[in-house]
Design a protein around this ligand. Structure first.
Ligand code: GLY
Length: 426
């Protein structure tokens, strides 16, 4: 019998802080441990998300229910290990995680299950890949097959850019084993939206739509990052479109995974592209976990008790749950990053100004932060803080986030943030 008094959240980013912040509102939760957490989470344990055996020992010893944030422990089989040991955990198995860990697997899966996705080819030889691109009369997206922290995707505007992306991925091996094989797919233009569902393996509930901003610089310029900001809801996504995502994408995905012998239990994230003229949805990618920074505005807006939905999904009874309730407000998250991210950056700067930030309708989720030996909060990663607001309009929410971003600094112009999060709607 699981009592859900002790929880273990695996990960150390803004997503994990936001999940814990929301789940801590459930009355039956007494203690949340984070492995290995950050400067904003309490209580942190010094076990890395990759050390799945130690995590299993800890969760067993402390009688924890475990929720997995990032994809790496999932790809290492943490859920399989916990299941084998009889330790309760929420997330997909290693096989089910292939939807994210191998783009080749996920593209073939979509073709087999008639799920709309851009046409593609896979390559492990750069000259064959370049010959292929040379013959095409459209632009392409070049992707590493394996995990690359959101940075192994190159959206190219011409053949030269595509050749460069192929060279980086297959020849320079910047991404190591992750890019020993690549996907080249047709670039479709349109609106991107992140749709996340919570699934119990046979049924699912879709969360409200969300949008993230992946490029490092304003106006979607520069390299891809893990995400520089997000907002929810996405005003121009209609309820008919959400029904269509459910029928055409999530149902066949969940059913296809059952057919493959790997039922999907966990957060299932579909990165969708709505084609410019038709608004037909195409799946750009699956993630087998909550989005980061999509999670932050979703948690700010969710009225219902997330833990109850996770428990229901864990017990294969998600279809017995009422629809999730949401605050009738907008939420905007602005990510403050270390200057230089997603390339080289420095850490260890003291973060100042948090005490001046608003206390209402604003939460600052921590990502790359830690407390140093003198109990001072310092920068400790690429994405540092996620300044997340609520507002009656998207403009009100964006203004609130930016007013608060301006109160925070870590000196010498070492902060970087995009100035245009949700700007397209203001
Ligand atoms: N925001 C994109 C991701 O979580 O991968």
């Amino acid at each position: 019998m699981i009592d859900y008094e002790n929880l273990l959240i695996i990960g150390s980013g803004g997503r994990e802080h936001a999940l814990g912040w929301k789940i801590s509102k459930n009355q039956r939760v007494k203690k949340i441990y984070y492995a290995d957490g950050n400067g904003g989470t309490y209580e942190n344990i010094q076990i890395l998300p990759t050390d799945i055996r130690k995590l299993a020992e800890f969760a067993k010893h402390k009688k924890c229910y475990t929720i997995v944030g990032p994809e790496i422990p999932l790809s290492l089989g943490i859920v399989d290990l916990f299941d084998y040991e009889g330790i309760p955990i929420f997330g997909p198995t290693k096989d089910a995680s292939n939807l994210e860990t191998s783009k080749k697997y996920s593209k073939n899966f979509m073709i087999e299950n008639f799920i709309p996705t851009a046409e593609f080819q896979t390559f492990n030889d750069s000259s064959k890949a370049m010959d292929y691109v040379n013959k095409l009369d459209y632009n392409v997206v070049v992707k590493a097959d394996g995990l690359a922290s959101g940075k192994g995707v190159f959206v190219t505007n011409n053949k030269q850019e595509a050749f460069e992306a192929i060279d980086i991925l297959l020849n320079t091996r910047t991404f190591g084993e992750s890019s020993k094989e690549i996907i080249i797919e047709k670039r479709i233009t349109g609106e991107e939206v992140s749709i996340i569902a919570i699934s119990d393996g046979k049924s699912f509930i879709i969360l409200e739509p969300c949008k993230d901003h992946k490029r490092i610089f304003d106006n979607d310029r520069g390299p891809n990052t893990g995400g520089m900001g997000s907002y929810s809801p996405v005003p121009n996504i209609t309820s008919e479109e959400i029904n269509q995502f459910s029928k055409k994408i999530f149902e066949p995905t969940i059913n296809g995974m059952i057919k493959n012998g790997s039922p999907f239990k966990g957060f299932l994230y579909a990165g969708l592209l709505l084609e410019e003229e038709t608004r037909k949805p195409f799946v750009l990618e699956y993630n087998v976990r909550m989005g980061d920074p999509e999670c932050q505005p979703l948690m700010m807006r969710m009225e219902s008790d997330l833990l109850e939905y996770i428990i229901a999904a864990g017990n294969q009874s998600i279809d017995s749950m009422k629809p999730i309730e949401w605050k009738d407000k907008y939420s905007v998250c602005v990510v403050m990053a270390s200057k230089g991210y997603p390339g080289r950056f420095e850490i260890g700067y003291e973060i100042k100004g948090l005490e001046k930030t608003d206390k209402e309708d604003l939460t600052i989720f921590h990502a790359g932060t830690k407390l140093n030996n003198f109990n001072k909060l310092i920068t400790n990663g690429g994405r540092v803080l996620d300044v997340t607001s609520l507002g009656n309009t998207i403009k009100e929410a964006a203004i609130k986030s930016y007013n608060n971003v301006k109160k925070i600094s870590w000196g010498n112009n070492q902060e970087h943030y995009r100035k245009d999060i949700a700007n397209n709607l203001i």
